[in-house]
Design a protein around this ligand. Structure first.
Ligand SMILES: *[C@@H]1O[C@H](CO)[C@@H](O)[C@H](O)[C@H]1NC(C)=O
Ligand SMILES: *[C@@H]1O[C@H](CO)[C@@H](O)[C@H](O)[C@H]1NC(C)=O
Length: 436
């Protein structure tokens, strides 16, 4: 408390100041008797002497323009302007005395009472710049902001990351911290745990199938596709470029699948093999009534039922004979039988392709076989098996489509009877365009 009558503004009214020490005399008698010094009165509630507010109890305590301020044990009369002029700090301007403040430390007069001084707002505190000033009744405190702790008079950032607050990564910042998660994880609602991100639901760039895993995801492809080098894109698998998917004729790749194709005149047998269509059986052929349909590899052939040419006459469907009665038949084979066969291209050679068989043989007779005529005889030869049979052998690999007509002659000789007869098997050999 500041002693009175030092300020220049307190000009002349200081005479009424009566400050005396309070006396309290507790007595032991049942009959209570108390006496207080001037300016105080006994308060039975607190059992103490209480200051009398003379400004209220004395009418016209101050005269004229003076204002009454109650004080412990007395009162003051000050000019009305006295309380509104702030007192300059004595330390800074020691030459200018501050106005008299009758209030307790940390309070200042306002009207008739004392109100708390906000030292923080008035910058009348000694908190460090790093500290926060908190005003209290009659005083103030210096506190550190959240995330700081007081070390001496300074506020030091708390390194929250030392306390393992975060599941994955912790980033300390002044006054706070934040948790961060590994890629593939996201911060949970508590801002500390990390939870797996379901990338498949978040638009992962898989073009086909997406599988979420802990912390990441995987792309997979449907059958017939393969994962590209980026790990996301599914590229069509070209099954045709793999030998395990080998088609007998033609492989056709399609997105996600493939199929085998066969050439015209063939049909798929299973998924990869090609089988010749028998047009003669399916009825696709367009042979006439007088023709015979011959199925060959990849197509069919219509041949005339009657192929006998003068001087031959037809004996049966496939058989023409030259009657001995006709002079023109003298040096000609007695009979010609038509046969048709079809082979594939590029057979491995030598290859037995047709066996000739005599029906019977009279006692003592023997047969010889030969190729009497042909378009290209050197492609074939005859291998005799025994007296009554022989084999036509393909000597060279041939590539179709090609057609041969071979006259295979069987000469039967009976030396005992001086009898010799010749018959011809006219064989049409069709070579298909493919190896199947
Ligand atoms: C997590 O952080 C966000 C953003 O900073 C905040 O809004 C939220 O209140 C925090 N949640 C918890 C539980 O701390
Ligand atoms: C084939 O003919 C010859 C000559 O006549 C004869 O010696 C042989 O026994 C005959 N073979 C057969 C299997 O008939």
């Amino acid at each position: 408390m500041k002693s009175g009558c030092v300020t220049v503004l307190c000009v002349c009214a200081c005479v009424s100041v009566l400050v005396r020490s309070t006396i309290s005399e507790p007595v032991t008698e049942s009959h209570t008797y108390t006496e207080c010094t001037d300016g105080y009165q006994w308060d039975p509630q607190t059992q103490h002497c209480k200051d009398v507010n003379e400004c209220e109890t004395i009418a016209d305590a101050c005269k004229g323009e003076m204002k009454c301020f109650n004080h412990y044990g007395g009162y003051l009369c000050l000019p009305r302007s006295a309380s509104v002029i702030p007192a300059p700090e004595p330390a800074h301007t020691p030459t200018v005395p501050e106005p008299f403040n009758p209030c307790p430390l940390g309070y200042e007069p306002q009207g008739d009472s004392c109100v708390d001084v906000d030292e923080c707002e008035r910058d009348e505190h000694d908190c460090q710049p790093s500290q926060q000033c908190i005003n209290t009744q009659g005083a103030f405190t210096c506190q550190c902001p959240d995330g700081y702790r007081k070390v001496g008079t300074e506020c030091i950032d708390i390194d929250e990351c030392r306390y393992r607050y975060c599941q994955h990564h912790c980033v300390n910042v002044p006054g706070s911290f934040s948790c961060q998660c590994e890629p593939g994880f996201q911060l949970a609602g508590n801002n500390r745990s990390c939870i797996d991100v379901n990338e498949c639901e978040m638009g992962a760039p898989c073009t086909q199938r997406c599988y979420n895993t802990y912390g990441t995801f995987m792309c997979r492809c449907d059958q017939g596709y393969e994962l590209g080098p980026d790990g996301f894109t599914c590229n069509d698998l070209d099954e045709c470029s793999y030998s395990i998917y080998h088609c007998q004729h033609q492989c056709v790749n399609q997105p996600g699948k493939f199929y085998c194709e066969c050439p015209e005149g063939y049909q798929l047998l299973g998924t990869r093999l090609c089988q010749d269509v028998n047009e003669c059986e399916t009825g696709e052929h367009q042979c006439t009534e007088s023709q015979m349909c011959v199925n060959i590899h990849g197509r069919y052939q219509c041949v005339d039922t009657n192929r006998c040419q003068e001087p031959y006459v037809q004996l049966s469907d496939n058989r023409c004979i030259c009657p001995a009665t006709k002079p023109a038949c003298r040096d000609l084979p007695y009979s010609i039988v038509n046969r048709y066969m079809s082979i594939t291209s590029e057979r491995s050679v030598p290859s037995d392709i047709f066996q000739i068989q005599a029906t019977s043989l009279s006692s003592g007779a023997y047969n010889t076989f030969r190729i009497r005529s042909g378009d290209d005889n050197s492609d074939f030869y005859i291998r005799q098996i025994n007296n009554i049979s022989a084999m036509l052998v393909l000597a060279r690999a041939v590539t179709g489509p090609k057609e041969y007509t071979l006259d295979l002659e069987m000469l039967s000789v009976n030396p005992l009877l001086s009898y010799q007869t010749s018959s011809v098997l006219r064989l049409s050999v069709y070579v298909g365009p493919h190896t199947f």
